[in-house]
Design a protein around this ligand. Structure first.
Ligand code: NDP
Length: 299
């Protein structure tokens, strides 16, 4: 039987409906509009698209939304000064530095300058430390793994006790925080990466398999345990000559069709983790605004 499709678009719509409600509630009771500032440096086309959709979504959620666009040759000191101004601006509750930064700029220094209370992307060392210390309730969790967990909970519930989870990928953005979240939910977690030996055998032990590799369809059916829940984080563009000359399409890190014949549930690409990432950015921004107002954020 084919696996259940975990519809990231539908789950994201649920999350966004709650975000809109929470934002409207905070504004009507306290006169506070959640504020999100997105900083884009340079003219990377993919980054421009991402920044545009984040701004649009923030406005749809009823937020105060600002985008700062700086030239690729902006001096690091000017970029840091902008982050300082946003840190001090009471109308801004969340700051997102769009990555990657152009050559010559130090991404760690720029992200590190964001005040932890406004780190809605969850990428500062303080946020990572809070998550690793089990203080997820005080941390901002990076949006992609946070979205993966929301989808997993829809399928498996809140408590993953007794489940074996394998996360393939160990980036600070996805793999590591994903592993921390699974651990907090009581799963037994293994993190694999490019130096892991016999990856398929390891993956076949996984009740929960999270693929965050960045290699198109790298995990085939030999990597899937019967009945596993598969979260495919990868977004890879490949040639699609079957759609016409020069055409391309998006695929994940998992070979979706054969994996679907073995797994019990799987996220599609596109339409899985992608829509959840932006929804969780909005959720983190509402959380930041509630915390700034001295209120407990809605869950
Ligand atoms: P990174 O390139 O930072 O990390 C990739 C990880 O995969 C590394 O830990 C690397 O290992 C590991 N890896 C690479 N090749 C292999 C292999 N052959 N076998 C096992 N492990 C391997 O990527 P990100 O974590 O930033 O992103 C991963 C994927 O998720 C990408 O496709 C990206 O586009 C996508 N993504 C999707 C998002 C969404 O919204 N859906 C958001 C963010 C990312 P090592 O450390 O040893 O090099």
């Amino acid at each position: 039987m084919a696996a259940t499709r975990i519809d990231g678009k539908a789950v994201a719509e649920d999350v966004l409906a709650k975000v809109k409600q929470a934002a409207a509630d905070l504004e009507s009771r306290r006169g506070v509009k959640p504020g999100l500032a997105v900083v884009l440096v340079g003219e990377d086309p993919a980054s421009q698209v991402y920044v545009g959709s984040k701004g649009r979504m923030a406005r749809e959620c009823g937020f105060h939304s600002v985008t700062h666009t700086l030239p690729a040759d902006v001096p690091q000191a000017d970029l840091l000064a902008l982050i300082d101004r946003l840190n001090a601006d009471p109308a801004i509750h969340g700051i997102l530095q769009q990555l990657p930064l152009p050559k010559g700029l130090d991404a760690d220094a720029v992200v590190g300058r964001i005040h932890p209370d406004k780190d809605v992307d969850g990428l500062t060392v303080v946020s990572a430390g809070r998550l690793a210390s089990g203080l997820a309730g005080q941390a901002f969790v990076p949006c992609t793994p946070a979205g993966c967990m929301v989808m997993l909970r829809r399928v498996l519930g809140d408590d993953l006790s007794g489940r074996r989870a394998v996360v393939v990928g160990r980036s600070n953005l996805v793999g590591k925080p994903m592993a921390q979240l699974l651990l907090l939910a009581n799963a037994t977690v293994t993190v694999a990466h490019s130096r892991t030996k016999d990856l398929p055998a390891l993956c076949r032990e996984a009740d929960i398999l999270v693929a965050a590799i960045g290699r198109p369809q790298a995990l085939g059916p030999e990597c899937i345990k019967p009945g596993a829940v598969v979260i495919d984080v990868g977004i890879n563009r490949i040639d699609a000559p079957e759609r016409g000359e020069g055409k391309t399409r998006l695929v994940g890190d998992v070979a979706h069709e054969p994996a679907s014949q073995i797994a019990s549930a799987i996220t599609p690409v596109p339409g899985g983790v992608g829509p959840m990432t932006i929804a969780m950015l909005m959720a983190n921004t509402v959380t930041a605004a509630y915390r700034a107002a001295g209120e407990t954020p809605p869950t």
